[in-house]
Design a protein around this ligand. Structure first.
Ligand code: G4P
Length: 537
């Protein structure tokens, strides 16, 4: 492929995730974006969804039963010449490492905030990962059709809680809970909510000019117009100016007000987002920055998923392409094993529909059949190259349980299932010192992961689990000379275990217990993640 063609494929791609606290409207907004892109044709109206109780991106049975999205999937569609990849992240209070890892594969993020609730707990956690990666974050303040917080208050909240400054791209007109529409600062135009039931917005004949245009007084009435002028003046004088570079660095977030349910402001948001969001960026590797325009193909594995379709017992590795062109049947070098692999049946997704693809470009996500050799974070590149992409962060587990098969005759399947789910990165596995394979200690980031573990072992491996939750909240990797249970003073204050790489780890119930053990073992370092892996704070 010519350099020009590759470059234009790259520049039209936008790969992003939508992050939010449950119920802020992620599913609704995603559906609206898919509708605009023609990727779904059913007006996935909220009412229809109510009956269905799950979004288009949910596929696992457990997700359907609960109406939540547990694992991430990918949605690709076109809009106005752009090729869009939305990576879905779980919309449940609880989350797993999978969510975090997905954020390693995107170039930007859309943060949805409920106008009445402001910044909520999960948004904060997900935001932190985005901030750490330095990717641009776009804010969509949702549910503007309802009573909510004052927009200035929301801007302040973003700054105080998330430490990011916001640049409102549009501004609500009216009084909280009774907004008439928004003022579009870029286009200096007024966009009003359309009449009840017509699902959309009415853009008033674009009066290009200033906010104090007398024509606006006629439309809004003098009180509303006066209040709007004062707000905009305040924003212009005291607010940040729009600095594209700061947006790209993740230091300033363009803020949009709208309502996903009533469709208000969604198209405008999509178009502005596509215009401002970055195409695939260069990625750091052991050989320096890898540019997407490099003709040599490269990618990394960010997610592994087994048994996605009960009809085919398969295991898929999801890769994010970083450079060059991907073609079906190509041979690539798998750095970790030193093997050359032929990628015969690459898959692309729109939720449950899989299609075999012939080619893909930087920014795209491809699902590969995994014969059991891929691991999270693995690098794939062209033969002759030997670099690796930077390591994935490790997420310290916070919940622990001892698990074993109810039926001891099922031990073999039990070990197989646990091993598989550990390789997928669904849970973290530990072995108690001096224990065999009858039972394992499982560590997770959120408690939902235990439900998923239980469900999948039963449904995919036919194993019923006995699970005892353990009273520990912290895991510390022990870094020191020949650390053993017998040589660690106060080991009985917690549980001494080994991780899958046989590194010693101590599980303790709280910071107090940890401090006691640390004080009594000054020669040992107590690390929140293994010494060789970058942590997420
Ligand atoms: P999530 O994926 O972030 O968890 O949120 P989701 O889109 O499922 O939306 C959560 C609830 O908020 C839904 O109501 C949805 O209809 C509502 N919602 C989404 N966008 C808007 C909006 O712009 N305005 C208003 N007023 N509501 C909005 P629900 O009653 O929980 O679900 P349903 O029974 O309507 O499906």
């Amino acid at each position: 492929m010519s350099a020009v063609d590759l470059s234009s494929e790259i520049h039209r791609r936008r790969t992003f995730a939508i992050i939010s606290h449950p119920d802020a409207g992620k599913t609704t907004l995603t559906e609206k974006l898919l509708l605009y892109g023609g990727a779904i044709h059913l007006a996935g109206s909220v009412k229809a969804r109510k009956a269905q109780r799950h979004a288009v991106s949910d596929w696992m049975e457990i997700e359907k039963q609960r109406g939540i999205s547990v694992t991430s999937s990918v949605m690709q569609f076109d809009y106005d010449g752009y090729r869009i990849n939305i990576l879905d992240t779980p919309g449940h209070q609880d989350f797993s490492e999978d969510t975090y890892r997905t954020l390693m594969a995107v170039d930007s993020a859309v943060m949805i905030i409920d106008v009445a609730k402001g910044v909520e707990a999960q948004t904060k956690k997900l935001f932190k990962v985005c901030k750490q990666r330095g990717i641009p974050i776009f804010t969509f303040v949702n549910k503007l059709d309802r009573f909510g917080k004052n927009p200035f208050e929301l801007m302040e909240e973003l700054e105080k809680v998330l430490e990011i400054r916001a640049y409102p791209m549009n501004w609500p007109i009216g009084i909280d809970g009774d907004y008439k529409g928004v003022y579009n600062r870029q286009k200096a135009q007024i966009e009003l909510f359309a009449e009840e039931g017509s699902h959309g917005q009415k853009v008033l004949p674009s009066v290009v000019g200033q906010v104090d245009d007398p024509a606006f007084t006629e439309m809004l009435g003098s009180d509303l117009h006066k209040a709007l002028c004062e707000d905009i003046e305040l924003l212009d004088m005291a607010g940040d100016s729009f600095d594209f570079e700061k947006v790209r660095q993740g230091e300033l977030t363009p803020m949009f007000f709208g309502s996903a349910m009533t469709n208000f402001g969604v198209r405008n948001f999509l178009e502005e987002f596509l215009r401002l969001a970055p195409p695939p960026a260069p990625r750091l590797s052991s050989a320096g920055l890898v540019q997407p325009e490099d003709q040599q193909f490269s990618a990394f594995v960010f997610k592994i998923q087994a048994n996605m379709n009960p009809a085919h017992r398969d295991r898929l590795a999801f890769i994010r392409i970083c450079s060059g062109q991907f073609t079906r049947g190509m041979s690539v070098y798998h750095e970790k094993t030193g093997k050359v692999l032929k990628l015969a049946q690459p898959q692309q997704f729109l939720a449950q529909d899989r299609t075999i693809i012939d080619e893909a470009y930087p920014g795209d996500i491809v699902g590969l059949f995994d014969p059991g050799i891929f691991g999270i974070g693995d690098t794939l590149c062209e033969q002759g190259q030997t670099f690796t992409f930077e390591d994935f962060p490790v997420f310290p587990p916070e919940r622990f349980a001892r698990v074993q098969a109810k039926d001891t005759m099922k031990r073999k399947q039990f070990v197989k299932g646990i091993t598989q789910l550990t390789q997928e990165g669904a849970v973290q596995l530990f072995r108690q010192a001096d224990a065999g394979t009858e039972s394992y200690i499982i560590g997770t980031v959120g408690s939902l992961q235990f439900d998923v573990l239980e469900y999948r072992l039963k449904n995919e491996y036919g194993v019923d689990l006995l699970m005892n939750h353990l009273p520990f909240e912290l895991a510390r990797w022990l870094d020191g000379q020949d650390v053993k249970p017998s040589s660690l003073r106060g080991a009985d204050r917690g549980m001494f275990v080994y991780d899958v790489k046989e590194r010693p780890v101590l599980l303790v119930s709280n910071e107090w217990a940890l401090r006691w053990v640390a004080d009594n073992n000054p020669d040992i370092r107590f690390l929140a993640t293994p010494a060789d892996r970058p942590p997420i704070e």
